[in-house]
Design a protein around this ligand. Structure first.
Ligand SMILES: Cc1ncc(COP(=O)(O)O)c(C=O)c1O
Length: 323
């Protein structure tokens, strides 16, 4: 790892004051965000070949960063990418990056911490094995929750896409990767039904798998049910939600779910790092349960706020809407 270089360009003495720029960690260098550039021959660009993690802060403190880093190293191992940094070194540069950028976050807001790691430079040729150092990209940015804010009270519309998840036999969904084309297409398909729809992607056998960026939970007969990680990412938020359910005495199971189960569920919600829990009150045009955000969802959202020490719903609702 190289020594930390001057993080921002200070050569503009006397020039009009400019907004401070976040610093990015790029393969051993600390650079201002606008100077963080990678080659068009990078494997991330050439092959969509990169592993990723998105962590968030609560009250400016990273939440379960060590778990995200552990999941990242599991993904790297299975994808056969050598990052050239140990988990402890990666954790340390991430913590340094947070310190460098924290001053730019508004007190009431939180931040994303995003890791993207690719196999490095990859010219077209016969082999796809790693021949060059990995490209390590880490950035932080303020967490804009406005797109999800209305769903905590109104619930969103969950809609199944035409496309199915890539089967685990081809690409295990536990490998958190940036090859996002299948999720992007599924999301666009769901939005043909409702432009605000949140997609529910099924697996090739018709079982509920996940959302393009989240896991799915249903409350059926008072029990919380979520697909097992055979067909979806082992989400950190999913794990925490299951932990909270156990603490709250809510029965929970990891099981197979069909569309039928979601149509007849009493409650439905998605889980993901930025929003924690996003209630869904309609599924494919029909009301879920009473069509209102249900008591189990509300209880778990409260438990989330207690756990992280901030009211996650109010934080999202208080953010000013984007221009
Ligand atoms: C496909 C997919 N499923 C589920 C999740 C939720 O994972 P987590 O709770 O760790 O954010 C994500 C997060 O980005 C995702 O991309």
């Amino acid at each position: 790892m190289s020594e930390m270089s001057e993080p921002v360009d200070r050569a503009s003495q006397g020039a009009p004051a400019m907004e401070a720029q976040p610093v990015v960690y790029l393969s051993g260098e600390w650079v201002p965000e606008s100077n963080a550039k990678i080659s068009i021959f990078d494997s991330a660009v050439m092959l969509g070949d990169s592993l990723t993690e998105s962590t968030r802060t609560f009250a400016h403190r990273p939440f379960r960063l060590d778990e995200h880093v552990r999941r990242l190293y599991r993904s790297l191992k299975v994808a056969r990418v050598d990052p050239g940094l140990s988990p402890a070194e990666l954790l340390s540069v991430t913590e340094q990056l947070i310190e460098l950028n924290r001053g730019q976050w508004r007190t009431e807001d939180d931040a994303w911490i995003v890791h993207n790691i690719s196999r490095g430079s990859m010219r077209p040729g016969p082999a796809s094995t790693q021949a060059n150092p990995a490209t390590i990209m880490i950035f932080t940015s303020p967490l804009d929750l406005t797109g999800w804010a209305s769903y905590y009270e109104a619930g969103c519309h969950a809609v199944t896409s035409f496309s199915r998840v890539v089967p685990a036999q081809s690409l295990d969904p536990k490998i958190k990767n940036r090859s996002r084309l299948s999720y992007t297409i599924a999301d666009a398909e769901a939005r043909l039904v409702d432009r605000d729809a949140q997609c529910v992607i099924l697996d090739i056998d018709g079982y509920v798998a996940e959302n393009k960026g989240g896991n799915i939970f249903a409350v059926v007969d008072g029990e919380l049910r979520t697909p097992s990680t055979v067909n979806c990412l082992a989400g950190v938020t999913r794990d925490v939600t299951l932990e909270l359910a156990r603490q709250q005495g809510i029965a929970a199971s990891e099981t197979r779910l069909q569309m039928y189960d979601l149509y007849n569920a009493d409650e439905l919600f998605f889980t993901s790092t930025p929003y924690c829990m996003m209630p869904a009150t309609r599924f494919n045009g029909l009301p879920v349960g009473t069509g209102q955000v249900g008591p189990v969802t509300r209880r778990l959202l409260e438990a989330w706020s207690d756990l992280v020490g901030i009211d996650v719903v109010r934080q999202a609702q208080r953010q000013p809407a984007a221009d």
